[in-house]
Design a protein around this ligand. Structure first.
Ligand SMILES: [Zn+2]
Length: 376
């Protein structure tokens, strides 16, 4: 049994508590939260400088791209980034495995306990089976040419089933509005059953996506024409959000939203990946447009980020929004756990096993570039 206390405790299901105490069992299960240090045996109190919060949920990552760390040049834009990603297969299995292992270790050190992870391959499967972190695996589907949807969806189902066979959560998800024509979107929708709690999609990561749908022009339009994409991709879609209707009422996690507008924000979960947005497009979303109770945060992959650290992402969000520390930590813990359906995670409610993070070196209760994270 442990009694943990710090300058502030952030239970996230109730307001922050100055000098609050968290009681956890030896296996990390929350027993109780106390308002006052005098309520607990003094000799057992472990006192920390900083704040205590639950383990972080990284709502968007591509663990299988970890070996591409540093391969995409910073600030070159999205089409250049796609070029770098196309080199993904020119590495050995061992190189990929080592990178996946190191990346997961980095997430653990940085206080992450669960991940929403995009998968095109089984490259991460053996690492995930070790059970170090909890994963919701999104089996990514794309293909802009006509008449390939049957093959694409059948391959995706095979991949999804390989993850499910080893008790991993897995759901087929479209890559992005501009890479999935309506027919393939329909097949994805038809693949959902009750097991599929959530799907995800990259949304409005670049302004070229808006140009494509709203004006049928721009560099995405030219690029899609060049690779002989089906005009169905843009013909009857007037905005990125058009695809939400095609996907029915499935619970959704929309990722990036860098070039979205308040009028397009729906009653879904949203995920921001600020460091990746700065890395690729040098732009950030307008944080005032989101419902802070539905906003999650992700690192994206090491191909578009130099670290897998939720704390670093929070620092950028804080600098560019009016969110206070309690809201930032909800975004980092509670909302992601809710979106991904990890009921044991996200808050210090009794009975959960959410992990405990200490954030130190704060400026009052504000994160700074010098703040650190320690798993308690
Ligand atoms: Zn992504």
């Amino acid at each position: 049994m442990r009694f943990l206390t710090a300058d502030y405790l952030f239970p996230l299901f109730i307001a922050p508590i100055k000098h609050g105490v968290l009681q956890i069992s030896d296996n990390g299960e929350v027993i109780a939260v106390f308002e006052n240090r005098s309520e607990v045996p003094q000799e057992k109190l472990e006192v920390f400088e900083g704040v205590l919060c639950p383990g972080f949920v990284n709502a968007h990552c591509h663990l299988e791209l970890s070996h591409l760390s540093g391969k995409a040049e910073k600030g070159k834009g999205f089409l250049d980034f796609i070029g770098a990603i196309q080199q993904r297969d020119s590495y050995t299995v061992i190189e990929k495995q080592i990178a996946v292992n190191k990346a997961e270790q980095q997430m653990i050190t940085n206080g992450i306990v669960a991940v929403g992870d995009i998968c095109n391959t089984t490259d991460t499967l053996s690492q995930k089976q070790k059970g170090n972190l909890q994963y919701y695996n999104f089996i990514e589907v794309f293909g802009v040419k006509d008449d390939l949807e049957n093959q694409i969806i059948s391959d995706a189902k095979d991949l999804r089933n390989q993850f499910r066979k080893v008790a991993q959560k897995a759901t087929i998800s479209p890559h992005a509005p501009y890479s999935v024509p309506p027919k393939l979107m329909e097949e994805i929708k038809n693949s959902f059953s009750n097991e599929d709690e959530l799907m995800t999609i990259h949304m409005q990561e670049t302004k070229h996506e808006n140009e494509l749908f709203e004006h049928k022009r721009g560099s995405f339009y030219n690029w899609l024409k060049e690779i002989n994409a089906s005009p169905e991709v843009w013909n009857n879609r007037t905005k990125s959000n058009s695809v939400l209707e095609e996907l029915g009422n499935k619970k959704m996690l929309l990722v990036h939203n860098t070039f979205s507008k308040k009028k397009y924000i729906s009653d879904n979960y949203y995920c921001t990946c600020p460091k990746a947005n700065l890395y690729i497009e040098n732009a950030l979303p307008d944080y005032s447009m989101f419902d802070a109770n539905k906003l999650c945060v992700g690192t994206d992959s090491l191909a578009s980020n130099n670290s897998l650290s939720i704390l670093e992402e929070l620092n950028i969000i804080q600098e560019n929004s009016n969110f206070d520390m309690n809201t930032l930590l909800k975004i980092a813990c509670k909302n992601g756990a809710e979106a991904l359906g990890f009921e044991q995670l996200g808050t210090f409610e009794k009975g959960k096993i959410p992990g405990v993070n200490l954030i130190g070196n704060l400026d009052g209760v504000k994160v700074t570039a010098e703040s650190f994270i320690k798993v308690i």
